[in-house]
Design a protein around this ligand. Sequence first.
Ligand code: HEM
Length: 133
Amino acid sequence: MKPIHLDTLRLFLHVLAATVWVGGQITLAALVPALRAAGSDVPKAAAKAFNRVAWPAFAVLVVTGAWNVVAEGDKGPAYQRTLMLKYTLVLASGFTAYVHARATSRRTMAVFGALTGLTALATLFVGILLAGD
Ligand code: HEM
């Protein structure tokens, strides 16, 4: 059995929070047709319940992400540029999720729902790129 380090805990918490933030959005989107069929208020109630775990997970991502940056140190210009891209995507992911959750028109909800899904997936992808170094 390989030893467990503090780095193991750091990455475990970061990836756990990413599964909630990204995987939760995909799962909720997949459940929407069934939720709509159960009642017109049900999707909104489910989204509200999801937000109660999604935002704490986002906060854990930011805290453990900063921990990752400190622990991994400077790995050169390509790594730094990838990290800058990741910061931009994290901001976009949080902003679009916030607007999506507060949207009052169907159009805004649909556009920002798609954007939040895409930016969450892109952040996950760039996270994997960083971890490969
Ligand atoms: C939506 C938010 C985020 C998602 C979905 C996400 C996802 C991920 C994933 C899946 C990994 C790969 C972990 C592994 O398998 O080793 C990773 C690594 C990393 N993340 Fe994030 N992350 C997010 C936010 C952040 C933030 C806010 C920061 C910085 C403040 C950050 C910095 C890093 C760094 C530096 C690594 C590389 C860690 C290593 O090489 O050990 N992440 N991220």
